[in-house]
Design a protein around this ligand. Structure first.
Ligand code: PEP
Ligand code: MG
Length: 324
C-alpha cells in the first residue's frame, strides 16, 4: 500500500498494471482452448457457480461447462422457500446461458454452516455432523420434491445433470432415486415436459461414501469429489476453524488415498469421476490430480486459466508417477 506515491512510483505501478492486464488477457485467450496433456489426454475443466450471474464470468474464463451449481443461493437470505416455478426459471436461465455445455445442478445443501431462516433446524451440538445436505432434504419432502421437479423440468432439451450432496450410505442414494422416480411419474401424469434420462451423480464428500465408492458406483452415472468436506471429515478438522487449518489440508495422504480409491472405484464401474472441492482449482495440485485419474475438474472461474495451463504442461506418465 502506497499512501503518498510520487510521480515515478505511479508511472512504475501503471506500467506493472498494464503488464499484469496483458498477461491476464493472454491467459484468458488461451483458456478458451481445451486442456489437453502433452500426450493428448483431455481433462474437462468446468466452473463452480452460485447463480445465473456467474455464467458469463465462467465462460469468459474458459469454463467448458459447470461442474457444480450450488443452488443454496436461491434459498438463503429470504423469508420463504423459493417456489418450483422460481427455481425452474433460475435453472433454465443458467442452462440456456451455457448453450450446449454441460450443467451439473446440485440439490440443496443447507444445514451445517448454512442455516435456513424460515425453517427451524433446531439447535445442534455439531451442525456439520448433523441434519445437513441430503439428510435434511430426505426429511423435508415439501422442500426437496419441488426442487427435483424444477431441475427435471429445466433439463428438458438441455444438457443438465443432477447431483446429490452429502451421500454417505447406500440407503440414502436408493431413497433419493425412489423419490426421483416418484416425482418423474407425477410429471409424466401431468404431461409436463422434463428430462426422463437425466444423468444422476453424487458428491463423494463423506468418508463413508469414499469407503464404499465401489458399491455406490453401481447406483449412479458419475461421482464428483468434494474435497472441502471430505477433508474436514477425514481429518476431523473443521474447515472454518483456523486453529486446525494445518490439519484441514486436502493434500494430506489420507485424503489423497480416498480420492484415489474413489477414482478407481468409479472407473472400474465404468463411470466418470470429477472433483469440485477447492483442491480442484489449485494449479500446484493439478499434475497430481491428473495423475490420480480425475476426468473433470470444477473450480471457481478465475482459477481456470492457470489450471488449464498446468494440464498442458504434463504427460500422463509424469503425472501418474507423481501420484504414485
Ligand atoms: C465440497 O465439500 O468440497 C464442496 C464442493 O461442497 P461445498 O463446499 O459446497 O460444501
Ligand atoms: Mg460439501
Amino acid at each position: 500500500l502506497w499512501l503518498h506515491p510520487g510521480e515515478a512510483e505511479l508511472v512504475n505501478l501503471r506500467d506493472q498494471q498494464t503488464q499484469w492486464q496483458r498477461a491476464q488477457e493472454k491467459a484468458r485467450l488461451e483458456s478458451k482452448q481445451p486442456a489437453v496433456t502433452l500426450d493428448s489426454r483431455a481433462i474437462e475443466v468446468a466452473a463452480n457457480i452460485g447463480g445465473p450471474l456467474d455464467v458469463p464470468v465462467a465462460l469468459e474464463f474458459g469454463a467448458e461447462g459447470v461442474g457444480l451449481f450450488r443452488t443454496e443461493f436461491l434459498f438463503l437470505d429470504r423469508e420463504t422457500a423459493p417456489s418450483e416455478e422460481e427455481q425452474y426459471q433460475a435453472y433454465r436461465q443458467v442452462a440456456d446461458g451455457l448453450g450446449d455445455l454441460p450443467l451439473i445442478i446440485r440439490t440443496l445443501d443447507v444445514g451445517g454452516d448454512k442455516p435456513l431462516p424460515y425453517l427451524d433446524l433446531g439447535h445442534e451440538e455439531n451442525p456439520f455432523l448433523g441434519w445437513r445436505g441430503i439428510r435434511f432434504c430426505l426429511g423435508h419432502p415439501e422442500i426437496f420434491k419441488p426442487q427435483l421437479r424444477a431441475i427435471l423440468r429445466a433439463g428438458d432439451g438441455r444438457n443438465v445433470k443432477i447431483m446429490f450432496p452429502m451421500i454417505g450410505t447406500i440407503d440414502e442414494i436408493r431413497m433419493v432415486k425412489d423419490i426421483l422416480v416418484e416425482v418423474k411419474n407425477v410429471l409424466a401424469k401431468g404431461r409436463i415436459p422434463f428430462d426422463d434420462d437425466m444423468p444422476v451423480g453424487i458428491m463423494i464428500e463423506v468418508p463413508s461414501a469414499a469407503a464404499i465408492a465401489d458399491i455406490l458406483a453401481a447406483e449412479v452415472d458419475f461421482f464428483s469429489i468434494g474435497t472441502n468436506d471430505l477433508t474436514q471429515y477425514t481429518m476431523a478438522a473443521d474447515r472454518g476453524n483456523s486453529n486446525v487449518a494445518g490439519l484441514a489440508q486436502a493434500l494430506s495422504p489420507a485424503v489423497l488415498r480416498l480420492v484415489s480409491q474413489t477414482v478407481n472405484a468409479g472407473h472400474d464401474a465404468g463411470i466418470w469421476v470429477g472433483m469440485c472441492g477447492e483442491l480442484a482449482g489449485n494449479e500446484v495440485a493439478t499434475p497430481l490430480l491428473v495423475g490420480l485419474g480425475l476426468d473433470e475438474l470444477s473450480m471457481s472461474a478465475p482459477s481456470i486459466p492457470a489450471v488449464k495451463e498446468a494440464i498442458r504442461n504434463v504427460t500422463m506418465a509424469e503425472a501418474r508417477q507423481l501420484a504414485e
